[in-house]
Ligand binder design. Structure first.
Ligand SMILES: [Fe+2]
Ligand SMILES: [Fe+2]
Ligand SMILES: [Fe+2]
Ligand SMILES: [Fe+2]
Length: 433
């Protein structure tokens, strides 16, 4: 069934003000919530942060009075939406538990997008980033177990595997090497644009969450792990945002931001299993269609073009959360050795030039060790091995995968292939899958 947002009913902007009680809703229950309710809530917080932040940046660059006024009024609405969404987080959900939720968002959503992305080059970039967030989930899971005594399955509920991906120590690149080729705004499909706008928002908020919360742990090793992975999320924002055509005007970007909000809330509303949250997604979808109609009017008046040339005539689904184990396994087995190259392409480790710019970054960043390697050493010292939750095929390939994913130069505390083989013989820590 087609859904042309510009033709659907909406809540007028002047009816979107809410009182404090309406803004601040009851949190979900962390032990009862479906993991994909949590991922939707995490994602939509990131979407609202980006909507609010973009509007402030736009305001600082425009002399267009009508636009200034729309931005002034709607910024407050975006901000209140952010409060509602983020504050659904229960107070007893620890920083590490929330962190596992953030990485589950990245894994499941990037995998969904890769399979629903019409542009081959953009898809390749999604597959590349996917293996990095997948590895973050594995590293943070070790801490969640050691620090809070929880199984990662308390959060990911058996839907996402927990095993090494491309080792995090190799996610540190020269940021110039991370830059990708932008899509062409004239020919790219709305799906491509919405996929990227959504993913940039998610990655940016992941970075912000680690930046604001990593210091809440007293353990220096945990703090360093957050510092290391936060830096990777910064690279992810750089990588994904560089896919956006920089020649889109501010008006076009405004239109695409509102359309992205419409598409993400629409998907959340259709997919949500919790009736209470479904109502929130539905209410905010109606708000966003209201924003979109005004953004489309502004765009059409200034650019003398039809908004449908940019956003099409149907909704786009950017964030359908479901288990992606099979897809992730396929990418993991075939692409763990892949790296970004300076010509905005990709290469296997063995084909990298001696002067690959990221070597210098990795050498400096990891000169005294990589905290994400150290965590495996620490759990191994305590328990004999790492915590892994995956099917037998993946588990039996752990050492082989690591061998493929390691570069010649390694952080001094790198867990070796031999050590991994030894670990694999030890009894597993959690036997619940
Ligand atoms: Fe919003
Ligand atoms: Fe990540
Ligand atoms: Fe990421
Ligand atoms: Fe909006």
């Amino acid at each position: 069934m087609s859904f042309n947002a510009l033709k659907e009913k909406s809540t007028p902007l002047e009816k979107q003000l809410r009182n404090w009680h309406e803004i601040t809703k009851k949190p979900f229950n962390k032990t009862e919530a479906d993991c994909y309710t949590r991922t939707r809530q995490i994602l939509m917080n990131g979407i609202e942060i980006e909507a609010w932040n973009f509007k402030h940046n736009f305001s600082r660059t425009t002399t267009d009075n009508e636009v200034q006024e729309f931005l002034a009024v709607s910024k407050r609405i975006e901000d209140a939406q952010q409060t509602t969404v983020n504050w659904l987080t229960p107070a007893d959900q620890s920083v590490l538990e929330t962190t596992l939720g953030y990485e589950q968002v990245a894994v499941e959503m990037t995998a969904w997008m890769a399979q629903n992305e019409p542009d081959e080059y953009v898809k390749e970039t999604f597959d590349f980033g996917l293996l990095e967030d997948f590895d973050h989930l594995y590293r943070y899971s070790q801490w969640a177990y050691m620090e809070h005594g929880i199984s990662p399955n308390d959060i990911v509920q058996g839907n996402t595997d927990v095993i090494l991906g491309r080792p995090t120590q190799y996610h540190h690149n020269c940021n110039i090497v991370r830059l990708r080729k932008p899509y062409d705004k004239a020919t790219a499909s709305p799906q491509t644009k919405v996929n990227i706008y959504t993913l940039v928002s998610g990655e940016q908020q992941t970075h912000n969450f680690y930046a604001e919360h990593g210091m809440q742990y007293g353990s220096q090793c945990i703090r360093e792990t957050y510092a290391e992975i936060k830096d990777v999320e910064e690279e992810h924002v750089t990588m994904y945002e560089s896919l956006i055509d920089p020649t889109e005007s501010w008006y076009e970007k405004l239109l695409l931001h509102e359309f992205t909000e419409v598409c993400t809330y629409y998907t959340c509303m259709v997919d949500e299993v919790d009736d209470r949250l479904k109502k929130i997604w539905e209410m905010f979808l109606d708000f966003e269609i209201g924003h979109l109609k005004i953004a489309a009017e502004i765009f059409e008046k200034r650019e003398k073009r039809d908004a449908e040339e940019v956003i099409g005539t149907d909704i786009v689904i950017p964030c359908r959360f479901k288990s992606q184990k099979e897809y992730v396994k396929k990418v993991l087995m075939s692409e763990i050795q892949k790296r970004v190259t300076g010509n905005k392409g990709y290469a296997d480790i063995k084909d990298l030039p001696e002067d690959w710019a990221s070597y210098a970054i990795q050498k400096k960043a990891n000169e005294e060790g990589s905290p994400t390697e150290n965590v495996i050493n620490i759990i191994t010292a305590a328990k004999g091995r790492d915590l892994v939750i995956a099917d037998e095929e993946l588990k039996s390939n752990q050492a082989k995968l690591l061998e493929k994913g390691l570069e010649k130069v390694q952080a001094p505390d790198t867990v070796t292939v031999e050590e991994t083989k030894k670990m694999m013989k030890e009894e597993e820590i959690i036997h619940e899958c």
